[in-house]
Design a protein around this ligand. Structure first.
Ligand SMILES: [Zn+2]
Length: 317
C-alpha cells in the first residue's frame, strides 16, 4: 500500500513560488490568483500553511486589485473577473486578512458582483457576458465571505439553480445543459452556503442527485465528470464535496478512491496529475488532497465541502 508523500507535495507547492521562469510556475497569468488559492489551500490540508510567505502573498493579492473594474484580476494589469474575485477573497480569508482591503475596495467588489447578476438570477463572469452556474457560486461565496449576502440576491440565484436541475438529478452550466459533476458542485455548494439546500430540494431529489454522483466512480477508483468519460483526480473534489454536502460521502468507496489518487501523485517531484503518469499541476494537487481529506484518508487536515476552505475559516461565517 503506497502512502502520500506529504513533504514532497509541500516542496512542490513551494517551488511554484520560487521558480518564476519554470514552465509550471503557478499556471499562467490568467489563472495566477486561482493557482495561489489552490496552492495555499493544499498547504492547509498538509497542515503547512507556513510553507509560503504570508505577507508577500497578501501583497501580491492586493496588487491584483484592478481599479477600472473595481475588483480582483488574476494578475496585475489584467481585467477583473468573478473567478479571480473569489480566489482573491478566499486567499485573504485563509490568512484572516480580509481587513487588509479598504472599505472602498470592499464596496467596489460587492458592486462588481451584484452588477454581474442578471435579471433571471444567473451571473456572468464579467461584462463580456459569459453565463455559467460556476459564476453563481463565485458571486454568492464572495458575498458570503465578505458578510454581504442579501436575501434578494440569494432568492433569485437559487430560483435559477432550481431551473438548472436536470431529469437525471444533475446540473449543467445553464438551464437545459447536460449534467456535469463540476456544475453539480457549484449548484449544490451555492444552495448549501445560502442555507437553501433543504428548501429547494426534497430528500428524494437529494438522493437522486447522490445516486448520479455515485455512478461517477469508475473501476479504477476515481470519478469521471460525466457518464462514459475517463476518471480524473479533480473530480474527487467536485463529486466528493457534492456528496459530502448531501451527507452521503459514505456512498462511494473511499478505499478505491484513495488507491486511484495515490497513483496520480508524482513520487519524485511531488504534486498530483489528472490521471496516473500525466504531468502534475497545482489544480489537480489541491483537489486530490481535498478528495482524500473528504474520505478521511492519509491523515490530512479537514476541509469544508461548501467552500473548499479550512473549517477554521468558515466557522466564522
Ligand atoms: Zn481534472
Amino acid at each position: 500500500m503506497s502512502i502520500i508523500h506529504k513533504e514532497l507535495h509541500v516542496k512542490y507547492i513551494q517551488q511554484l513560488n520560487t521558480q518564476p521562469d519554470h514552465l509550471e510556475h503557478w499556471l499562467t497569468e490568467h489563472l495566477r490568483l486561482n493557482g495561489i488559492y489552490w496552492g495555499i489551500t493544499a498547504l492547509t490540508l498538509l497542515d503547512r500553511i507556513d510553507a509560503l510567505p504570508r505577507d508577500e502573498i497578501i501583497k501580491f493579492v492586493l496588487s491584483c486589485f484592478d481599479e477600472n473594474s473595481g475588483t480582483f484580476a488574476p494578475y496585475p494589469g489584467h481585467d477583473g473577473h468573478m473567478l479571480a474575485t473569489l480566489s482573491g477573497v478566499q486567499i485573504l480569508a485563509i490568512y484572516d486578512s480580509i481587513d487588509s482591503l479598504t472599505n472602498e475596495q470592499i464596496e467596489s467588489i460587492v458592486k462588481f458582483v451584484v452588477t454581474n447578476q442578471l435579471e433571471d438570477g444567473s451571473f456572468q463572469g464579467d461584462q463580456f457576458g459569459e453565463v455559467d452556474t460556476r459564476f453563481i457560486y463565485n458571486g454568492l461565496a464572495t458575498l458570503k465571505l465578505l458578510g454581504r449576502l442579501t436575501d434578494n440576491i440569494v432568492d433569485s440565484a437559487v430560483d435559477y439553480i432550481k431551473r438548472c436541475r436536470n431529469f437525471d438529478g444533475g446540473y449543467g452550466l445553464c438551464i437545459g445543459a447536460e449534467s456535469h459533476s463540476a456544475q453539480v458542485f457549484t449548484c449544490l455548494g451555492a444552495l448549501a452556503l445560502t442555507g437553501k439546500l433543504d428548501t429547494i430540494l426534497t430528500k428524494d431529489e437529494q438522493e437522486q442527485t447522490a445516486w448520479w454522483l455515485c455512478e461517477r466512480q469508475v473501476n479504477e477508483g476515481g470519478f469521471n465528470g460525466r457518464p462514459s468519460k475517463l476518471p480524473d483526480a479533480c473530480y474527487s473534489w467536485w463529486v466528493g464535496a457534492s456528496l459530502a454536502i448531501l451527507g452521503k460521502i459514505d456512498w462511494i468507496n473511499g478505499d478505491d478512491l484513495e488507491k486511484f489518487l495515490l497513483k496520480c501523485q508524482d513520487e519524485e517531484r511531488g504534486g498530483f496529475s489528472d490521471r496516473p503518469g500525466n504531468e502534475t499541476d497545482v489544480f489537480h494537487t489541491i483537489f486530490s488532497l481535498a478528495g482524500l481529506s473528504l474520505v478521511g484518508k492519509q491523515d490530512l487536515m479537514p476541509i469544508d465541502p461548501k467552500y473548499c476552505l479550512p473549517p477554521s475559516v468558515t466557522c466564522k461565517l
